[in-house]
Design a binder for this molecule. Sequence first.
Ligand code: 0R9
Length: 636
Amino acid sequence: MVKYDENSITILEGLEAVRKRPGMYIGSTDKRGLHHLVWEIIDNSVDEIINGYGNKITVRINKDGSITVADNGRGVPTGMHKSGKSTPEVIYTILHAGGKFETAGYKVSGGLHGVGASVVNALSDWMEVTILRDGKIHQIKFKEGGKVASPLKEIGTTNKTGTIVTFMPNSEIFKNLSFSYTTICERMQESAFLLKELTCEIEDVIDNKKTTYHYDNGLISFVEYINDDKTPLHKVISISGTKNNIEVDVAMQYTDSYNENIISFVNNVKTIDGGSHEVGFKTAITKAFNEYARNNNMLKNKDTNFEGTDAREGLTAVINLKIPESLLQFEGQTKGKLGTPEAKPAVEGVVYDALKYYLEENREVSVNILEKMVKSKTAREAARKAREEARNGKSKKNEARNIIGKLTPPQGRNPKINELFIVEGNSAGGTAKNARDRKFQAILPLRGKIINTLKATDADIFKNEEINTMINCIGAGYGDNFDVKDINYDKVIIMTDADDDGAHIQCLLLTFFYKYMRELIEQGHLYIAMPPLYKIDYGKTHEYCWTNEELKEITDKKSNYKLQRYKGLGEMNPGPLWETTMDPERRNLIRVNIEDSVLANKRVNVLMGDVVEPRKEWINENVEFSLEDDFAINLK
Ligand code: 0R9
């Protein structure tokens, strides 16, 4: 029997807070939140390996739906904590124990990690921790969100070391309990790229699948992996060095693509919003290439310097820093931006010195890259000129001709508040035109499906009328010349029918924006509208439903209603469309964002590219089909 004293009551209260507001601790309780639980546990294993103990992490999705994470580090200490509880009990039941934990001689590493094990326990039906250390096997079991079901006890002997954690997420908190093998593989693969010594093994016992990741060449393999669908201009350049106590590792490669793809990590945590290390990297490469080009007469006296964007066109780079905890500073709402000022000169110094040397030693590669930069500089200067001319009215006429008869513009001219609805077909366009607030909302109906911009050539794409109209309406150019400062609308909203055709058009449009107006997404200007699926009429009042679950919940409780299923936007009257989908006060919009640039790139290629097989595989693994939806997916 476990006796609860005053201390344990506060512990349970702490974990109770997590169960009451899980979103505050793990972001959400959808699929992403469910996987957040796994990342919390894996992060503890990764910390142990970064510190030089162990080299293997295994993740297993079990038959009963629970998940196991195991590492071969030192094993969590099994001694008594000064509170009178065993160390593992404290680690897995006290909120934020990781960050603050201090027992005789133990200190949790990593700076960011190790704080979430108790959160995972709080949100689980049960959790089991097995520790292999000092020749013994110890085990502790928890139930109902962190109550001790069986205190730490010795259950056997061993000659191995490590920690094994198994947990079953709580089915009331998480509506979707199935772990995604693909998502876990992608995350583990990234860890294996970042830590050369690490081997990651992932097993799905339910679907009988198993994958192992190990990369002797670390970041070099990471860049090769990102670029495997592009044509590289040279072998990956690898740069390593230490300055101001900061370890800098970089791998970089130019390809024939026009996109820049820089991904950075600090102590193996992704810095989604960049920060001082990325600034240092960008300064270093611009400086090194400009100097080399001047010294070798590829930039003449009269020429202006390459700008940063010229130096980064077609560049894929991965930056990984190891910074001592005392220097770590993160900024921004999600703490995804490195603030440490010392990181800029450290990265700049290491990268500039190494790149300068590399360029001198590899003349052929240097000339190849510089020729690409010259092209980028020329195109940039030409685009700037064209934009200036357009602003002076010289080419405005053509654009206007293209738009007339298609776009219903707003009356107001304020691009900071105006909204552009891109709708599917003329019938939906007609309803939207009547539904909108004409002061600031514009409607652009598309006729039929737009071209798949991932499969077509540039020439075909820019012959396409619908694409030209969209580019002209948005008014900020496209591709390299896209300048988000020039957009005519604060929000570009894709509004399609809530059926599979609508979803397909959404994908085609997203692919176009991703490829030719990525900054529109990155700066948060692209949205997806959410029209309802049903209207329930009770006579005097009515309600709308967006999902079949919502519909069931309402119709289970009520009788005497009239149900209307909206097959398309064209079937809706302007009133309901305004009320549910277009009125800024009442509508729900999905803001499109790119959470992970590597994954986004790979996904767009798998889902919209030429090869059918990986697409089929991805859909089979990730899409939940329901008979009610009457889905027909055309994979061609
Ligand atoms: C399967 C998931 N793995 C873990 O959760 C895990 C935690 C952990 C660990 C230590 C070793 N391996 C681990 N795996 C550890 C850390 C320290 C000393 N000995 C072992 C230390 O940081 O000094 N611990 C994480 C926190 C703790 N141990 C501690 F606070 F209990 F020390």
